[in-house]
Design a protein around this ligand. Structure first.
Ligand code: SAH
Ligand code: TMP
Length: 398
């Protein structure tokens, strides 16, 4: 495989086998034409970058049927309100132009005053972009890439802040992304984005963070090294609790701001924990293999006891667990979810029926596989009734 930044050859260190599109919830009639790719991961030593080898093309994942809506979690709606407040508080200059990459249904941008700030969302998935537009947010229904960005001639070097959340790791051509940032960002502008954190995935062995959309799993070390190559500079990294452990990165043009002292501490910690080198990847691989064995044993034990098992929340992450561990309806009767676009369909690859939350509440299982473990507080609060009958479990400790 070839590193997507350095173009150097790297050897994949692990394969998760054949994977379908993680958010490709499917109807029965389409089972036969389902798309699969080989999900292998590699690590570029030079820039400490954890990355997928093969992956589907962006338009296969992000199109008019994208079934993920930021607003499906109250916790994330609250998080984005706080994120916007943080941006407003930390950007001491006159904020005139702000662009969000991967603005989805507008959950983040709606927190800003559009009368005072020129707000633009870039969102290629048509269905979610339409929701954002209906909320009154200027939304460009296109991929953020240099070709599309350079059409915004009047905004060249005028954008004070470019933000993103859980979207930069979705963009395979990072060099092209950075070219777009370079075109738009003001001389003293900031590029702020947060993404699932490699260090948290290693600690928890939450390998389900790896799926087609997550082409990269970033760390502060990798982000620093990548942006260094393009005349940009990482000046801050702030850990976040979202998605089981994320990191917010702040980037500027080289030399335009002073890096925070706290950043040094994070980089040092990553070195100490080998997050900046292949050693941690090899440990992670072992952890995944053990986790897979234990999960299958657990499910077999449940079956021996004649337990009814259901899945809770048809997350994109669950696609990796189910396909890597080969878990289908032989173990799990159904997966319940709140998203109407997923209900009535089947899980990608393993074809477990997706049902409503009402179905879950009417057919409480003995054991529920919590696929949305990152939203556990929110879910435990609403599902107190289940707790009286059954028990939660997951492939990681919850
Ligand atoms: N920011 C939201 C959505 C994350 S899902 C949140 O954190 O909840 C990732 C989003 O990025 C999707 O809505 C997808 O359509 C969008 N996306 C993927 N590639 C993109 C690109 N090149 N430019 C802009 N958005 C992109
Ligand atoms: P994710 O943010 O981990 O990808 O999870 C989002 C999915 O989880 C989405 O399909 C909606 C579903 N979900 C529920 O079904 N119930 C809930 O209470 C929450 C928070 C999410």
């Amino acid at each position: 495989m070839i590193c997507k930044i350095t173009n150097k050859k790297i050897k994949p260190f692990m394969s998760f086998g054949k994977m379908p599109i993680a958010n490709g919830f499917i109807t029965k009639k389409d089972f036969k034409k389902e798309f699969f790719f080989k999900m292998e991961v590699g690590f570029s030593k030079k820039i400490s970058l954890f990355q997928l080898n093969e992956h589907p093309k962006p338009h296969q994942m992000f199109n008019k049927n994208y079934p993920f809506f930021t607003s499906s979690s109250k916790g994330m709606v609250n998080h984005f309100k706080k994120y916007s407040e943080w941006v407003k508080k930390n950007y001491k200059k006159d904020l005139k132009n702000l662009i969000e990459i991967g603005s989805n249904d507008g959950t983040f941008l709606k927190n800003f005053n559009k009368k005072k700030i020129n707000l633009i969302g870039f969102e290629p998935s048509k269905n979610v972009a339409q929701i954002s537009s209906k909320r009154g947010i200027k939304t460009i229904n296109k991929f953020f890439n240099y070709k599309n960005v350079k059409k915004l001639k009047n905004l060249k070097r005028k954008i004070n802040i470019i933000t993103a959340a859980n979207a930069i790791c979705h963009i395979p051509n990072l060099k092209d992304l950075i070219r777009g940032i370079d075109f738009l960002l003001a001389d003293d502008g900031l590029f702020i984005f947060e993404e699932p954190y490699l260090g948290s995935m290693f600690t928890k062995a939450s390998y389900d963070q790896i799926y087609d959309e997550h082409i990269f799993m970033f760390s502060a070390s990798s982000i620093k090294k990548i942006f260094d190559l393009f005349n940009f500079e990482l000046i801050n990294a702030i850990p976040q609790k979202t998605h089981g452990g994320s990191m917010r990165y702040v980037i500027c043009r080289k030399g335009s701001y002073k890096p925070k002292i706290s950043l040094k501490k994070i980089l040092r910690k990553e070195k100490k924990k080998n997050i900046d080198n292949i050693k941690s990847c090899l440990q992670f691989k072992k952890k995944c293999e053990i986790s897979k064995k234990k999960l299958i044993q657990k499910l077999e034990n449940f079956k021996k006891k004649n337990y009814k098992i259901a899945g809770y929340a048809a997350t994109s992450k669950s696609t990796t667990i189910l396909n890597y561990c080969n878990i289908g309806t032989d173990f799990i009767d159904f997966i319940s979810d709140t998203t109407k676009e997923k209900i009535g369909k089947f899980s990608p690859g393993m074809h477990i029926p997706i049902v409503s939350m009402k179905h879950f509440q009417k057919n409480l299982p003995d054991r529920a596989f919590l696929f949305a473990w990152n939203h556990k507080n929110e879910i435990f609060k609403k599902e107190k009734k289940f707790k009286k009958k059954g028990k939660w479990f997951a492939h990681i400790s919850i």
